[in-house]
Every structure is written in structure tokens, then in C-alpha cells.
Design a protein around this ligand. Structure first.
Ligand code: X2X
Length: 332
């Protein structure tokens, strides 16, 4: 843009809504995540940050810190609450340590496929969770980003049936829902943030872990895992969160630019993961991973018998559960 236009823009902005500290230099905010630098989550947030900078004529710079550079998820959640980080993407299941209902999309074997996932999280279920996030003092953007359907990997044996999970030492992210679900199978879940997963597997502190295929590939977990069991046991996605004070400090026009770009980028990132899903199993097989496809119904039956669904229905409350079932069908 020309100097005159830029001056006019800055002048108008300064005269109206921008706080004094932003008038000269604009805003510099941090975005952080737990994903490798070449994961679609990082690539698309980087691209969006660049667009936000351009469209705001340099008034808002978002620095991108991928790969747990600013800490593990639990730590980054604290940082986005205090404002040390302004933007942060976090799995709804981990966010549930602060906003209990945010793990609801991860209920075991709930969503049959993406044809149920996106209408739910873009629709009333997502709106319900977003409102709860807002009440906890964080701002959540409309569109969730895809992590994916989670699959179980192991260095010791494939998981073919629920019995194979008995006593299985499995890393799970830090979240009550994950622990509860794997305990219901009789496994021994260990809560570990993603930044420590590779070494926990390498040193055999745990035998296995569960993650979407795209992450198993991009984070190179195949180097320390042999078997991959396609359990599709839950769908997991990331909320783009903002520190509420930092969000409120942005003038309306900047908020609009950020919202539009984060939300559009989320939709593109969903497509990226969908494309990866068509090729990644073959690539992992080339790396030596051995795949099997267990019968999901057998796992779901164990959870049902263990009272897992009724327990979580009571925890979330009937209203939230009804919204989940509206999209996923009857569960409990
Ligand atoms: O920690 C994990 O396993 C990860 C990367 O999938 C999440 O963000 C929940």
C-alpha cells in the first residue's frame, strides 16, 4: 500500500479506537502450539498470521511459536490465561482441566465420522462449549482445527481387542477423560504432555500412546513405535483460544481481521488433514509400522458395560449430553 494510504489508515485508527500504546507501534502478539513446525496446524497459522499482518497494515504482528517452544500444553494454558501468550491452540480434552465440558467431543466412539464431527463442533455442541470457555475467561474462535481420529500405537504388541489394553502402559495427554477411558479398559494410563512423549516412548517409560496418524508421522513417533492399531477411538480437535484481555484490547476492525483469518485457516487446515489421511498409512508402513484394524464395537461395548457413558453424562450434565447425542446418536 502507498505511504499516504497507510498514514490515512493509521491516522483514522489512532483517532478512534486504538489504545495509546498501539498508536505508534501496533500490537505484537504471540501464538503458540504443541505441533511440529511442518504440521498443518503450524503451517496454516503461520500463513494466517502473515495475512493478518498484511491486512492490518502492520498494526498486528503475530509471532508463531510451534513445537512446545514456549512450554508443554499445561504450561501454555496457564500462559494464555495470564496473558504471557495471547493466542494458543489446545485440544478440547486438555482444555477440560479448566473447562470440564470442553472434552465432550472426545467421548469414546461417539462420532462415527467427519460427517458427524463438523456439524457438531460448528453447530450447537461447539457453541455450547465456546460459551463455557468464555465463562472461564478465555475467548474461543468459532472454528475448531482438526487434530484427528486417534489411533493406538505400541512398541510391544498390537491392540486387537479390548483385552489387549489390560495392564497396557499407555501415555495419555493430561486430561481426566483420557485417564478415565483407558482405566475403563483396565490399562495403566500415564498423563504426559506431548513435548515429553517421544522420549517417554524411547526410554520405554510407557509402551504405547495414541494420536492421529498425521501426528504419528510428522512427530516421527514411528521411530519409537512398532504397531499401529486403527481404533478410531475418539475425535480430537483444537480450539483457537485468545487471552480475553489481549483480545478486548484489539479494536473492532483488527478483531474482524483476526477472526476471519483464523477461522478460514482452520477450514483449510481441516482439508490438509483430510488429504494427509489418504496417504499417511502407506508412508508409515514404509517406515516399518505394522497396522491392524480392530472391531470398534467390541471396545464400545466394554465402555458401556463399565458405565463410562453414564458416568460422563452425569459429569457433563444432561443438556450437554443431549447436544452430543443430537449429532452422534444415542450413546448411554
Ligand atoms: O498431546 C497430544 O497427544 C496431542 C498432540 O495429540 C494433543 O494435542 C492432544
Amino acid at each position: 500500500m502507498t505511504g499516504i494510504t497507510r498514514r490515512a489508515f493509521l491516522g483514522a485508527a489512532a483517532a478512534s479506537v486504538l489504545p495509546r500504546r498501539a498508536q505508534a507501534a501496533g500490537f505484537t502478539y504471540k501464538y503458540a502450539n504443541n505441533a511440529p513446525a511442518d504440521h498443518p496446524l503450524t503451517l496454516r497459522t503461520r500463513e494466517a498470521a502473515e495475512k493478518i499482518k498484511q491486512e492490518s497494515h502492520g498494526l498486528l504482528t503475530i509471532e508463531v511459536f510451534p513445537n512446545n517452544q514456549l512450554g508443554g500444553d499445561t504450561d501454555m494454558l496457564s500462559q494464555v490465561r495470564t496473558g504471557a501468550i495471547e493466542f494458543f491452540t489446545l485440544s478440547g480434552l486438555i482444555l477440560a482441566t479448566l473447562v470440564p465440558v470442553a472434552s465432550i467431543n472426545g467421548i469414546g466412539f461417539a462420532f462415527r465420522d467427519y460427517g458427524q464431527v463438523w456439524p457438531a463442533v460448528d453447530g450447537e455442541l461447539g457453541a455450547f462449549v465456546r460459551a463455557a470457555i468464555g465463562r472461564a475467561g478465555l475467548f474461543a474462535f468459532d472454528r475448531m482445527w482438526d487434530n484427528g481420529y486417534r489411533q493406538i500405537t505400541s512398541s510391544t504388541h498390537p491392540i486387537n481387542s479390548p483385552e489387549d489394553l489390560r495392564g497396557f502402559k499407555i501415555r495419555v495427554p493430561v486430561s481426566p477423560l483420557w485417564t478415565s477411558m483407558f482405566k475403563a479398559f483396565g490399562a495403566s494410563p500415564a498423563s504426559i504432555n506431548f513435548n515429553e512423549v517421544y522420549s517417554a516412548l524411547q526410554t520405554k517409560v510407557v509402551e504405547g500412546q495414541e494420536n492421529p496418524l498425521s501426528l504419528i508421522k510428522i512427530a516421527k513417533l514411528y521411530e519409537v513405535q512398532k504397531f499401529c492399531s486403527l481404533t478410531f477411538h475418539m475425535w480430537d480437535g483444537f480450539w483457537m483460544l485468545a487471552n480475553q484481555g489481549a483480545w478486548d484490547a484489539l479494536p473492532r476492525d483488527l478483531q474482524e481481521i483476526v477472526q476471519r483469518n483464523w477461522n478460514n485457516a482452520a477450514l483449510q487446515q481441516r482439508d490438509d488433514i483430510a488429504k494427509l489421511n489418504t496417504s499417511v498409512q502407506g508412508e508409515l508402513e514404509k517406515e516399518g509400522m505394522v497396522f491392524n484394524k480392530p472391531d470398534a464395537q467390541a471396545f464400545r461395548a466394554v465402555l458401556k458395560l463399565a458405565g463410562f457413558y453414564t458416568e460422563w453424562r452425569e459429569k457433563y450434565g444432561r443438556e450437554a449430553w443431549a447436544l452430543l447425542e443430537k449429532y452422534a446418536g444415542e450413546l448411554a
